[in-house]
Write a protein that binds this ligand. Structure first.
Ligand code: FAD
Length: 423
């Protein structure tokens, strides 16, 4: 059986960033990444593809080109865990052992959970920036829609980049406004949630755009099925008395954010919590029951915003802690829940939401430079010009600009110490 110091499941934002962070600290480690895909995606760019700002090709690179040279790449999907034996099994039946395991396979976009959706996507005016092949269709629709009804949907939480469904809407409205069509287009935002955004501090700035664009907000309104040919969407709505009713809406354009869940092989394993997500300590990102297993990224149950921005801060924490555990120490690097959501409220301006656990605001820049709760041109510049560069050349290369982890000087409690040595 092949054996490695560290095995990483997933070669996405999280898997690649943590591999780079580990190698930066200890180049001699033997690391394997298990990843079935040939392409690696910069998903934060997909909103800008749907908004006509980026080309699709700018948001992906060949996986082989970003895999670090010294990493052993298993070109297959992970299928199951045997934590007692420090091994995993791949879908092709191969078994791999590790001294430490990092679980980062992202999440599943559950298109099948909405009957009629999959068959309608890419035609009948139904689109989604959550699939790179469809993001260009979003921009096509935005350009071709002259009048009628445009509906943007948001499923129940958790979802990755919780602001992305409304980002698509603001950029569409901005285009319709600039081209003098907005008055002829009825825009609706149908969200399963009870608020426009999870962190209240950002809502006033967003509400100004909702008013300016004339968007109709429908809370507790969840997409349940789509009929493409008749351009009809069905929603489950919680009414003012708390009863659930179903209603139908006609659309000319429908932008869907699909429901999201943990990957099946994680949800069905002993590593998951009751909801199926990877069961981690929210500070150390160590598994709650297996001391030599860590996780990061969208598959985790830590209550942060599921974003690449979160991954940027998580990767060095996991790298530090994995190295400590490999040396028989207790993990002392701490993640504070940072995540970020650059809300593209108009072409050229962004409300830069940055917050940690409990919705605590964590602005990167001083308020005289960028006031996160207000639309800012500098934040747009950051999103369009700087963040993609930082992603490819910083985060995926183990440069930890503005992401230095907090390392506690002392060992935490005995209980945690016991947990760390539990392998
Ligand atoms: P991913 O990057 O999705 O990678 C998971 C990897 O695991 C994939 O390569 C996959 O092939 C692999 N994998 C899956 N199953 C297996 C298996 N069984 N075995 C092995 N490998 C497997 N974030 C921001 O910070 N800012 C934004 O503005 C932003 N906007 C977004 C807009 C959209 C439309 C979308 C879709 C996302 C956006 N995000 C944004 C979120 C960000 O892209 C994710 O949070 C980030 O990619 C999470 O990294 P990850 O590695 O956990 O998952």
């Amino acid at each position: 059986k092949a054996n490695h110091d560290v095995v990483i499941i997933g070669g996405g934002a999280a898997g690649q960033a943590v591999a780079a962070s580990l190698l930066k600290r200890k180049p001699s480690l033997t690391i394997a990444i298990v990843e079935p895909n040939n392409e690696h995606y910069y998903q934060p760019g997909w909103t800008l593809v749907g908004g006509g700002v980026f080309e699709r090709s700018e948001t992906s690179r060949a996986m082989k080109d970003i895999m670090p040279d010294s990493v052993h790449w298993y070109h297959a999907a992970a299928a199951s865990f045997t934590p007692e034996h420090h091994s995993i099994t791949l879908e092709n039946g191969e078994s791999i052992s590790y001294r430490a395991l990092i679980v980062a396979p992202g999440l599943i976009l559950d298109w099948d959970a909405i009957p009629g959706l999959k068959d309608s996507l890419g035609k009948y005016g139904v689109t989604s920036n959550y699939r790179i092949d469809l993001a260009p269709y979003t921009w096509e629709l935005v350009q071709s829609t002259q009048q009628g009804t445009a509906i943007f949907t948001q499923p129940p939480m958790p979802i990755k980049c919780a602001g992305a469904p409304q980002k698509a809407m603001y950029l569409s409205c901005d285009h319709w406004k600039r081209t003098g069509r907005l008055d002829n287009i009825k825009v609706e935002f149908c969200t399963a949630g009870a608020a426009l955004f999870g962190v209240a501090d950002y809502v006033p700035a967003l509400m100004e755009y909702i008013t300016e664009y004339g968007v109709e907000l429908a809370f507790q309104t969840t997409l349940v099925s789509v009929d493409g040919p008749t351009k009809t969407a069905r929603f489950s709505v919680i009414d003012s008395e708390g009863n659930s009713i179903e209603i139908e809406k006609q659309f000319d354009m429908l932008h869907v954010c699909p429901p999201q869940r943990a990957p099946q092989f994680v949800a069905q394993s002993q590593l998951s919590d009751d909801a199926g997500w990877l069961n981690l300590n929210s500070e150390t990102l160590q598994h709650k029951h297996y001391g030599n297993i860590f996780g990061l990224g969208d598959c985790s149950n830590t209550p942060n915003a599921k974003t690449a921005a979160a991954v940027r801060k998580q990767a060095p924490v996991v790298a530090e802690n994995v190295l400590m555990v490999l040396q028989g120490e207790v993990p002392r690097a701490i993640y504070d829940g940072y995540g970020s959501c650059p809300l593209t409220v108009e072409r050229g301006k962004i409300v830069l939401a940055e917050f940690g656990y409990g919705g605590k605001l964590q602005p990167t820049f001083p308020s005289w430079l960028v006031k996160g709760t207000q639309p800012s041109r500098l934040s747009w510049f950051l999103k369009e010009k700087m963040l993609p560069w930082i992603y490819w050349n910083g985060m995926l290369k183990g440069h930890e600009w503005l992401a230095k982890p907090t390392i506690l000087p002392h060992r935490p409690s005995d209980h945690e110490a016991a947990q760390a040595c539990n392998f």
